[in-house]
Design a protein. Structure first.
Length: 411
């Protein structure tokens, strides 16, 4: 619904940028603000240079959505990571500490992660999306790149870097903690998924197209795959449909035959569409399939525990995915030891044509949200207590052992 009293500004005659008067109003708001954060969505695709130039001019940190990570993160000295359910505390904190938040090409659906105490400006090519999620004080309908290019001559270069440097310092600390978490490689049959994701990031091509399954694979992709300016990431970001990675990878392989296509599949997702492996073979599509095999519906399990419920019916009885792939004519590997994981993944990625790697990951690994709410912690404690009372204390101990790394690497 529209915010009462907000000036809903329609595009000028160009249909690509707001009128000069509207831009001057935005320039005035920027001049009055002390702490500004830019938050970019997929609508900022193609405007990377303009976003970086604007951030440098007004000394604003740049946060972004999952959809726009590969478009905004690379070669950006002002980026502070993602926010949202899969995001980082650095972006969350910067947005909530700002007195002016500028939304660039995003219809961000997670309202709980948007601040409500600061002034908000939204730039979007589709005016009907302005103000749908946040209480917007100024809405400008136009292309993000065109709007920024027209706005920049109206702005002076800001000298004060205090707010920006604080957020960049916080982001560095978050990344150091993430690296510390990923360095805990796990054990036999329980490889840390964070470590596995860092290996995929390191080994994959500079122009790889990543397709991530809904669930925990989205978490590891969001946090540990890095943009290069040439990489792309696809997922079921709007609908959250399970088992999307492999079908998307098949489509991407047809659309981009010269690029490396990597499908990050959950074991639950791949089990739903095992038949698609036959499609990969039939059309000889050189897709690299990496299965995060944690023998569980990890995200569903975590959501139940946060709600205070002992997990139920989330364990999976999986086939030997590597054996299934080989039976269908796909070379396949299994990585079940941290010491061998990098060698196995490198050998798999060097294999011509399609290949599958089943990485035996830790089923008890948790994905920490950017801001842990008291209700979430209380729910998790209730769930663990109920597990103990039900005689499942061994599961509680396993969860504690798998996630103690977050005590000194809290993300």
């Amino acid at each position: 619904a529209e915010t009462p009293g907000a000036p809903w500004l329609l595009p000028s005659e160009s249909l690509c940028r707001p009128a000069d008067g509207q831009l001057r109003e935005l320039a005035r708001m920027i001049g009055e603000a002390e702490k500004i954060t830019l938050f970019c969505g997929i609508g900022a695709r193609g405007a990377h240079a303009e976003v970086v130039r604007l951030a440098g001019t007004i000394k604003a940190p740049v946060a972004y959505s999952f959809k726009s990570k590969m478009e905004i993160q690379y070669d950006n000295p002002y980026e502070i990571g993602m926010t949202g359910l899969l995001g980082l505390p650095s972006a969350y904190a910067s947005m909530h500490e700002s007195d002016l938040l500028i939304l660039l090409g995003t219809d961000f659906p997670y309202e709980a992660f948007l601040p409500c105490q600061c002034r908000i400006v939204q730039v979007d090519i589709r005016p009907e999306r302005i103000g749908r999620r946040a209480r917007v004080e100024l809405g400008l309908a136009g292309d993000v790149g065109d709007t920024i290019r027209a706005l920049l001559p109206m702005l002076g270069v800001r000298d004060d870097r205090g707010f920006l440097d604080r957020q960049l310092r916080r982001y560095r600390e978050v990344r150091e903690k993430m690296s510390a978490v990923a360095a805990k490689r796990g054990g036999e049959g329980r490889i840390a998924p964070e470590y596995a994701a860092t290996l995929v990031d390191r080994i994959a091509a500079d122009d790889a197209v990543f397709c991530v399954d809904t669930g925990m694979c989205c978490v590891w992709g969001a946090r540990y795959l890095h943009a290069t300016g040439r990489r792309r990431m696809l997922g079921s970001f709007n609908h959250g449909s399970m088992a999307n990675a492999l079908p998307m990878a098949i489509g991407a392989a047809f659309a981009r035959p010269g690029q490396q296509i990597v499908a990050l599949c959950g074991d639950g997702g791949l089990s739903m569409l095992l038949g698609d492996l036959a499609t990969v073979v039939q059309y000889r599509l050189p897709v690299k399939i990496v299965v995060f095999n944690n023998r569980a519906l990890g995200m569903v399990k975590l959501e139940m525990e946060v709600a205070g419920l002992p997990d139920s019916q989330t364990d999976l009885y999986n086939p030997d995915f590597a054996a299934v792939a080989r039976a269908m004519g796909i070379p396949a590997f299994t990585a079940d030891c941290p010491d061998d994981a990098e060698r196995v993944l490198r050998e798999a990625f060097a294999t011509e044509g399609p290949v599958l790697v089943s990485v035996q990951t830790d089923p008890d690994a948790l994905a920490m949200p950017p801001k842990v709410e008291f209700a979430q912690m209380a729910g998790f404690v209730r769930a663990m207590t109920k597990l103990i009372l039900a005689g499942r204390g061994d599961e509680v101990i396993a969860t504690a052992r798998s996630n103690i790394k977050h005590l000194w690497g809290m993300i």
